[in-house]
Design a protein around this ligand. Sequence first.
Ligand code: GLU
Length: 326
Amino acid sequence: MKKFVLAIVLLFCFLFFMGNSPRAVHAESTVTIGTGGVTGVFYQAGGAIARIVNKKRHEYGIRCVVESTDGSVYNIDAVISGILDFGLAQGDRQHQAAFGGAEWEGRGPQRDLRSMFSLYAEACTLVAAVDSGINTIADMRGKRVNLGHPGSGHRQNSIDALNAAGIDYKKDIIAKELKPLEASRLLKAGGIDAFFYTVGHPTGAIIDATSGKKKVKIIPMPVIAKKLVNDVHPYYVKTKIPIKYYRNAANDADIETFGVKATLVTSVKASNMLAYAIAKEIFENMRQFKSLHVAFQGLDKTKMLENMSARIHPGAMRYYKEAGLK
Ligand code: GLU
């Protein structure tokens, strides 16, 4: 009996000391962030969020991990179904999901989707081989063009741009659905004439595409941008791709095009504590966040609460109110 009591006392002592050791304050739970391809900027953005939030992982009891995924459309569906906790998504795809349009047509508004914040601008980038003879989007008829893979956000931007030019992607071009890096490789090898990619700049796949032996050009789309911004969709904005990032491209000036904002989304399933922690750590460590990629340099806290169509997660909203941002 004495031995039994002693064992119990020792067990309690052990649990007490374990409980007071800093590492055991919380059992860490893993929080997943869906991004895009590893050469894109979504991947960098997810990595930057994880890096900053994980500094406080003992305090919050969470550890963020980044997953490479197909992109916006996949991420939105994955956070809603609970496969991912957070995901990067183009603001235009967030809008369509929230209102049940485009990829979500027939499935209705995605009411469980929640927004966290907006980040940097992504520009719809049309890259073409100079020897394809493509100088404007109107020259794309009959060409082999990569629109983007299913699950990506840019696939629908490509279709919107072609539609605005009066080109039916099902009939007027030879459409491909490859990932950006595969598209870049194939462009350099002469297997396709052009590819679309909506992405922050500078980015690996475009550097890769413009750095081969084959002369490659980024095609300006000023007329399409005007049309899309004025007549068609509320979420497109005019933007420019700085040519300084792609010195080997056969362009001599910044490229006019249209774009969207990259955003972070989650769902009603995320706890208030979790959404609060992520919003707070990113907003309060903004200087460090901005230093992690050139595309993040222009971030502005007030603008980061714009371009969101899904309801802001209440946990994140609690932080924005505390910080006087809402
Ligand atoms: N905008 C792209 C998408 O939604 C991803 C861009 C990136 O990976 O940076 O699929």
